[in-house]
Design a protein around this ligand. Structure first.
Ligand code: PLP
Length: 268
């Protein structure tokens, strides 16, 4: 049998942290890219020791190592889209923003990992400042959860109306081309409802509600699926709609593994 080679394939890059439990971070991103038949590349920013019960330890990569990974990938292979996840500290955020500019990385999805879905702050105030001033303005789309949207907009979010106002404020003040405020952390009928604003259209994205305690990796999977769709050449709004559908299906195939909160599943 002759070997078949494929010479043209969409390529996406994830700049994020490693999750030893395989549920979120780099591991979820690469799995999501693979599902979309997009070649996944990675720049690892930090290594977490975690499982379904929680994070035991986080070690940052040296900033030079993060930069070297991005340069190695982009200068040789080239990427059609990229996403950022957990960037951990101000030095890494600043260096990633510089590389995005210098290497002209297009179709950047920024998942501003700052606060967990339960409300715990994950990065310090200086890192938040650098994220808002240096990285978010370069994003095609930024995907904050409710708490992150509160920090980025300075507004309290308790309703659908508030989510829309926050999306508009983030768009106007921070310069991302589009904003998707995720309702994953909301209560009642706002759970799973996201709000999109791109300077023209304010859209409410609803989906069938999937009841599951196993939701780890939802945010990572959504932003990776948006990046995968952009790498495939889709426009931003259809990319977001496709990605929302993907993450909803991944939730309904979540894995009940470990003693705590299992991850969304990609085997479907
Ligand atoms: N990135 C890493 C490395 C993580 O460990 C986590 C959460 O533990 C996240 C990102 C965010 O995960 P989620 O997709 O559940 O918001």
């Amino acid at each position: 049998m002759n070997a078949e080679t494929i010479s043209s394939v969409p390529v996406a890059l994830t700049i994020a942290g490693s999750d030893s439990g395989g549920g979120a971070g780099i591991q979820a991103d690469l799995r999501t890219f693979a599902f979309h038949c997009v070649h996944g590349t990675s720049a690892i920013t930090c290594v977490t020791a975690q499982n379904t019960l929680g994070v035991a330890r986080v070690d940052a990569m040296p900033v030079e190592a993060v930069v070297a990974q991005i340069q190695a990938v982009v200068e040789d292979i080239g990427v059609q889209a990229a996403k950022t996840g957990m960037l951990l500290n101000q030095e890494i955020i600043s260096a990633v923003a510089q590389q995005v500019e210098a290497l002209q990385i297009d179709n950047l999805v920024v998942d501003p990992v700052m606060v967990s879905r339960t409300g715990a702050q994950l990065i310090d105030d200086n890192a938040v400042k650098t994220l808002r001033e240096n990285l978010i303005p370069k994003a095609a789309i930024v995907t904050p959860n409710r708490y992150e949207a509160q920090i980025l907009s300075g507004l309290q979010i308790n309703s659908l109306d508030d989510m829309g106002k926050a999306a508009q404020t983030i768009h106007e003040n921070l310069g991302a081309k589009a904003v998707l405020v995720k309702g994953g952390g909301m209560q009642g009928n706002l759970r799973g409802v996201d709000v999109w604003f791109d300077g023209e259209k304010l859209e409410i994205l609803t989906t069938r509600l999937v009841e599951s305690k196993n939701t780890h990796g939802t945010g990572c999977t959504l932003s990776a699926a948006i990046a995968a769709n952009l790498a495939m050449g889709n426009d931003l709004w259809p990319a977001v709609q496709q990605a929302k559908e993907y993450v909803t299906t991944a939730l309904s195939y979540a894995l009940d593994i470990g003693k705590g909160q299992g991850p969304v599943g990609h085997f479907f």
